[in-house]
Ligand binder design. Structure first.
Ligand code: MN
Length: 369
């Protein structure tokens, strides 16, 4: 009895991405919905019918109704794919919450909600053991009941839960403890977990799939789903990651001692295979530059801006090292005096440093941005 399925989690549909400009927020929200189609394509290409979404399907417990209808529309557009949805800590199963809204609009087939901790046979000889969350935090392990669930010999047992595996560095964001030896205790053939947004193998049978579309700069290997093959009860599963992400999120941090160090910023971006229109970049520069270099850095910044769909450029920790003589080139004794004053204050004040940078740009005819 073999069984193949896809394990994914942490879709966080409806995440607002409030710190981004409006146009980018729209793209990032849309990418989270679009990934449904890419996952369905992965399933169909491998003749897989079942997709397990291990919690945090929605970003919040009360999303706007159109977030729910949009997702249900995407899910039901793929005939032949059965989606198994599990509440997580972001979208716990509480009365009057998002799952009541989903239930009322459930398509006639293709979408299964697992709102109670009840084993269910999802295919012949395949039993799913879900551990839905009913609260954002729990003191007890919601998967403990799986140990006592009896199934017939030869039946495949798949655990399905959302939370933090204990003793694994407190990973994940849910305050829900899960015993890392649950797969052995409950004789699970596979344990599909959600919460940690990166792909992580806990044991041969226990995996976090990570989010199929990254939602932040965390360097934890997000952006794929897991294709899982169970050959027979008790056998070690074959787990194959498949990339599904649209956007690559990249955070770079470069300390500059001279302007030539800034080449590293460009080189790192040019080395990426992921196309620039699908990169979300955060670049932080620190260190010290002189006035002429500060002006050259503006050109670097403009090049970087063209190497991503969104670039968050932070140089608030970069210090301008200026000689008083530099300011005489402004051609105005008044401006030079102000610049000298700002330079003295910049030692203790970021605002004075930023004002000096802007004054320098302005005095050199470069505008004030
Ligand atoms: Mn979570």
């Amino acid at each position: 009895m073999s069984f193949n399925f896809i394990h994914t989690a942490d879709w966080q549909i409806g995440k607002p991405f409030g710190s981004f400009p409006d146009d980018v927020r729209v793209l990032l929200r849309e990418a989270r919905l679009d990934v449904v189609g890419r996952i369905a394509a992965v399933a169909k290409a491998a003749s897989i019918s079942h997709v397990l979404i291990a919690g945090d399907v929605f970003d919040s417990a009360n999303p706007p109704i159109q977030v729910v209808t949009q997702l249900l529309g995407r899910l039901s557009a793929h005939k032949g794919v059965v989606w198994h949805l599990l509440p997580g800590n972001h979208d716990p199963a509480q009365s009057g919450g998002v799952w009541d809204v989903v239930k009322m609009r459930l398509p006639s087939e293709g979408v299964h909600l697992h709102l109670t901790a009840e084993p269910i046979e999802i295919a012949p000889h395949v039993v799913l053991l879900p551990a839905p969350l009913k609260a954002k935090a729990l003191a007890h392990d919601p998967t403990a009941y799986m140990d006592g669930v009896e199934t017939k010999p030869g039946v495949l047992r798949i655990g399905f839960a959302h939370g933090s595996v204990q003793g694994f560095g407190g990973m994940g964001d849910a305050a829900v403890p899960i015993d890392p030896s649950r797969d052995r205790r409950a004789k699970l053939d596979y344990f599909a977990l959600g919460d940690w947004h990166g792909r992580t193998k806990i044991s041969d049978r226990t995996w976090y799939s990570g989010a199929p579309e990254p939602d932040g700069y965390k360097d934890n290997d997000p952006g794929s789903v897991l294709m899982v093959s169970l050959s027979e009860a008790g056998a070690v599963p074959t787990v194959t990651p498949v990339q599904t992400a649209r956007y690559l999120w990249l955070r770079q941090s470069v300390a500059l001692t001279s302007i030539s160090d800034a080449d590293r910023i460009i080189e790192a971006l040019q080395a990426l295979e992921h196309p620039s229109e699908r990169r979300i970049i955060s670049t932080t520069v620190s260190g010290e530059l002189n006035l002429a270099e500060m002006v050259q850095l503006e050109a670097v910044r403009e090049r970087v801006m063209a190497l991503g769909r969104h670039v968050d450029w932070d140089q608030s920790h970069l210090r301008l090292v200026a000689e008083d003589g530099d300011f005489e080139a402004f051609g105005s004794p008044t401006l030079a005096a102000i610049a000298r004053g700002l330079k003295a204050d910049a030692v203790a004040s970021d605002v004075a440093g930023e004002a000096l940078r802007l004054l320098t740009r302005y005095a050199r005819g470069l505008g004030t941005s």
